[in-house]
Write a protein that binds this ligand. Structure first.
Ligand code: SF4
Length: 330
């Protein structure tokens, strides 16, 4: 007798073209789809939200900062070209999705991964390993490359018709573009981007967090993208806003135990110094604040320091450029 039960896939949706195509391929053969996206301080789920809205699929967005921070801290399989622990990250995403399958009424997992699209993280060995280490190895379907990968349980049990899945392999994307046209995916996002861990310009900031045990400090992590950043000591990090928007964000985010600084009498940025800074570092932070104000060429600048209910003025010489460059986190 024909099995008419509709099975439900939990599809990892980054918002990129490949994960959208995985959804289209499954839906085309009658599989119900629930999408899952991930969000952390290193990447947002906005592309997933936009894609889910365009495709008309329900989406859950899972917070992922804790998991990705752990992967950055101890990447079992190392980093990609920057500070991106992609293999550990993929494993953790699959595990998180697999653990939630029952909660979201799903029977199996699917991803938009394409065999050999990325030489390090999407070769055959890695794809199988990541699925296996997530704990859901036999239930992870890759619709775009399924015919080049071992049969999985959903295919064996007829939940998914393997013959209607694809055999894509490699970096060429013409087949995906053709499919995008067929499915009416008009706003085709680029395959790269979104995760600052892949951005070489962010490596220094992420390495600094890692080296100073800050990957579990939500406050510091939240500010990763804000302002100029300086390491004045193992327990003293200084953020200086680069524009009005960053000044506002820093001001709103400053904890009662941290030092908030701005110049008096001359226009200048908002600066925040770690609560754990020592008095010398407070003094130096004020000199940095002065060096980023309109009083940078003056002999002395007054800096107002606020910490909780306390409020005082420091009279400082603006910091020298070479010292600033020496401790800048790039
Ligand atoms: S690029 Fe970033 S989000 Fe994507 S797998 Fe790698 S570490 Fe994870």
């Amino acid at each position: 007798m024909e099995n008419t039960t509709v099975h439900r896939a939990l599809v990892l949706l980054s918002g990129g073209l490949d994960s959208q195509l995985a959804i289209c391929l499954l839906r085309e053969q009658g599989v119900a789809v629930q999408a899952i996206g991930f969000e952390s301080v290193f990447f947002s789920a906005d592309r997933a939200r936009a894609a889910a809205a365009h495709l008309g699929v329900p989406l859950v967005v899972e917070p992922f900062t804790r998991q990705i921070a752990a992967a950055v801290e101890h990447p079992r399989y190392g980093f990609g070209s920057a500070m991106n622990p992609c293999i550990d990250c993929h494993t953790a995403m699959l595990k998180c999705a697999g653990d939630g399958m029952a909660r979201w009424g799903c029977d199996f997992l699917a991803t938009g991964e394409v065999l050999d699209q990325r030489p390090m993280s999407q070769n055959r060995r890695r794809l199988l390993q990541v699925a296996e280490e997530s704990g859901y190895g036999d239930r992870v379907v890759r619709p775009l490359s399924a015919q080049r990968l071992p049969e999985t349980q959903p295919e064996r049990d007829g939940w998914v018709d393997r013959s209607r899945l694809l055999d894509l392999q490699g970096r060429r994307r013409q087949a995906q573009f053709t499919l995008a046209e067929r499915y009416g995916l008009k706003d085709v996002p680029t395959p790269a981007g979104g995760c600052v861990l892949t951005d070489p310009n962010f490596c220094g900031r992420v390495r600094d967090l890692r080296d100073h045990g800050c990957l579990t400090d939500g406050r510091v992590m939240r500010r990763l993208r804000w302002g100029r950043q300086f390491r004045l000591g193992p327990h003293a990090k200084l953020n200086i806003g680069r524009n009005e928007m960053e000044n506002g964000k820093l001001m709103a985010d400053c904890g009662a135990d941290e030092y908030r600084m701005t110049s008096e009498g001359v226009f200048g940025p908002m600066a925040i110094l770690s609560a754990t800074a020592n008095p010398d570092q407070v003094q130096e932070a004020a000199a940095f604040c002065a060096a980023h104000s309109d009083g940078r060429d003056q002999a002395r600048v007054q800096i107002r320091v606020v910490r909780g209910p306390e409020d005082w003025l420091l009279d400082v010489t603006p910091a020298r450029r070479d010292r600033i460059e020496q401790v800048r986190i790039t």
